[in-house]
Design a protein. Sequence first.
Length: 509
Amino acid sequence: MTTAAPEQAPEEPPAKKRFVFPSALTVLAVVTVAVWALAFLIPSGQYDRDADGAPIEGTYHRVDSGQSFVDRLNDLFLAPVNGLYGIQDAKTGAVGPGLAGELYGSAGVFLFVLAIGAFITVVFATGALDRGIARLAHRLRHRGELLIAGVMLVFSLLGTVEGFAEETLGFYGLIVPLMLALGYDRMVATGTIILGAGIGVLCSTVNPFATGVASSAADISLGDGIVLRAVMWVVLTAVTIAYVIHYAKRVQKDPGRSLSGFLPGDREHRATDTTEEPPDLTALHQAVLMVVTLVFAFMIFSVVPWSSALTGKADAEPYGFELGWSFPELAAMFLVAAVVVGLVARFGEQKLSSTIIQGAADFISPALVIVLARGVTVIMNNSKVTDTVLHSIEGVVQGTSSGLFAVIVFIVNLPLAFLIPSTSGHATLAMPILAPLADFAGVSRAVVVTAWQSASGWMNLWVPTTAVTIGGVALAKVGYNKYLRFVAPLLGILFILICGFVWAGAVMT
């Protein structure tokens, strides 16, 4: 007797794989190969240089790169190495790891990123910053508008001084229930977190991952242009907070006007605020927060060119108390500060060592992005096409006013910020071209840095290639399309304000 074979269920068609935008490392690897190939087609040329090494406008001329195919292949192979510690020969201008001259690679910035990564990781390991923000949110839980303003202000302050962005993803579990309990919707929580930190990063004053890397690539001090950026931070943060509060009040008054809508159970939060009170800040947590405040305050003091900032003269004689620190000193400071925070938190040798190592490891990705981007500029430098590209852009902006030039720099960097979502990689790649262009236009390089970081920050408020945005709306359970509807009017307002600020900064300098 035979038995019938069991009936098999029809196979489901394989699910289509969703397109995932490649990482910044992959993008820059592709850019490296593409630039290397294009260098065969772009004519070699160079400008005459002044005593400071800056190109002199109107002196561009064609030259022979002097490179064979094997030389170019070797440059491609060594691009990451040259991006880290390539040395530029003073006579020929060529960059290579075995030459004698000045450091062209980004070893200083690379170590700085690892050092601040170690410091930030040690701080978060203490739990002081998380608990401090949680205490603030809970204390203001019955005062909705003040809660929104307080949380956004803290996030914005952290964003402008240390690039606080991805760290916000851990706060949705706290902020979303609080906002629902106050009669708001999930979009209010989303805007409070994403826009709070995002506007701080957009208006970075001393953010090492944006302003710091860009300033290094532009060959200026981290403190140059800090006055303009500080004013921008105050104004744009106030505008963004007012925008979110306006929407929150509208939803609280008429829930039907919510852009995100409400999930089952959301409306019950308002009647039953069951948010548990977080533990108090211990004396240890207070001490850690004090150390963190002092470290960032001292960083600002150490990099600001006080004589230029107070007198308005770029060539003013430095005051005796000015430190004029740059990336080597700042890297050392953050390493020491990481140890100090660990000692204050009583970590012990084993935990402190492992946390510092883990922190440096967590930040190896942005550090490598900087190295790869610098490697691209080495390929352009050795094939002598950098000045050719600069000369072609010079023709486009020639004759424009300084203010219009600054606005053009902002607009040109918008698509670049989309293609290269890493602020560090974008800065390292773009600044070698933009900084000399500013000299031709008679504009301070600091204004170009501000225009560049504004473009990067503006795009990162909404593009789906950033984990902060796409991860944030997912955690808040808000549709990305609905978030775009919410943020679109603010993006228009910020666009106009940024253009006004960079235009004014260029005219005044």
